[in-house]
Design a protein around this ligand. Structure first.
Ligand SMILES: Nc1ncnc2c1ncn2[C@@H]1O[C@H](COP(=O)(O)OP(=O)(O)OP(=O)(O)O)[C@@H](O)[C@H]1O
Length: 274
């Protein structure tokens, strides 16, 4: 779906601060891909390059990011570089950033924020019908209908983050990019939200890219994992294999620093009653 070919990404116009250094990677259809690595290793920069968000002064110095999507209405194949992805935001690619408070507009009720972001074709029908559709979708995330009438500050951090996940998934995009979506939350809420994300991915059969510095999170839910260190990919492969047999010293140390991983993977317990 996304081909990242030998890409070097950084910031600045006069000088150039390199943040991602000659990275190649494919994001496949219908998978959960994890991106791990310590703070400053280039995870968010790589995500921004994949999302095609150049608003932060980000620049692709060399190499390319190319996406291949199928237009939901016409069935036509769309192939484009990430510099053109903006037109595909929401519809095909959505982004769940960290820090729900900085993303949701504090002065706007949740319903309006959802509706305003929707592509025109999703806004067809009456307002009541659309609200009903949104409310039913939100209910799948444990969000009651009155959440739609709330302002962000009236919701807990966990609820706000669930709202962001629900908004990102509402129009069934083919690629969901989630940058540390649960980092600020306590572990119980974190696990619930991660399970929701896995459930959506399984239902929508799309691709989910999950950035987290927390290897425990990757162990719980990702199919494939890359580990970044100083802008480079130092490890890549199926998550279970990396945990069983880390090749790089850096990954070994990261795994060794984890509290003991016991029990089954959260993704494997989906559908079971607690
Ligand atoms: N807007 C920006 N302008 C200039 N430099 C930036 C910008 N954003 C990030 N950087 C630099 O790029 C490098 C990689 O940062 P990036 O945010 O991609 O890492 P990260 O792995 O996502 O870290 P974190 O986990 O802390 O978010 C760092 O050296 C950082 O200082």
């Amino acid at each position: 779906m996304i081909t990242i070919d030998n890409v070097t990404v950084g910031y600045g116009t006069a000088g150039f601060i390199k943040a991602v250094d000659e990275v190649s990677l494919t994001i496949n259809d219908n998978e959960i891909l994890g991106i791990a690595g310590e703070s400053g290793s280039g995870k968010s920069t790589l995500m921004r390059a994949v999302y095609g968000d150049f608003s932060t002064g980000l620049r692709i110095q060399s190499g390319s990011v190319t996406g291949r999507f199928t237009d939901a209405r016409t069935g036509r194949s769309i192939e484009a570089p990430s510099s053109q992805f903006r037109q595909l935001w929401w519809d095909q690619i959505s982004y769940i950033p960290q820090g729900s408070m900085s993303v949701l507009n504090p002065l706007m009720r949740i319903e309006k924020q959802v509706v305003d972001g929707l592509p025109r074709r999703e806004r067809r029908g009456s307002r009541a019908e659309l609200r009903g559709r949104i409310a039913r979708f939100f209910a799948g995330f444990g969000l009651a209908e009155n959440v739609l009438d709330a302002y962000p500050h009236q919701l807990s951090g966990g609820m706000r983050q669930r709202v962001l996940v629900a908004i990102a998934a509402f129009v069934n995009p083919r690629l969901i990019l989630a940058d540390e979506p649960t980092t600020a939350l306590d572990v119980v809420v974190q696990k619930k939200i991660l399970l929701m994300m896995v459930e959506i991915q399984r239902r929508q059969r799309n691709s989910l890219v999950l950035v987290s510095h927390d290897l425990g999170v990757h162990y719980q839910i990702t199919d494939r994992l890359i580990v970044m260190h100083r802008g480079k990919i130092v490890e890549a492969g199926p998550t279970a294999e990396i945990f069983a047999n880390p090749r790089h010293d850096y990954t070994r140390n990261l795994i060794a620093s984890l509290p003991r991983l016991h029990g089954r993977r959260a993704a494997d317990t989906l559908g079971e009653t607690a």
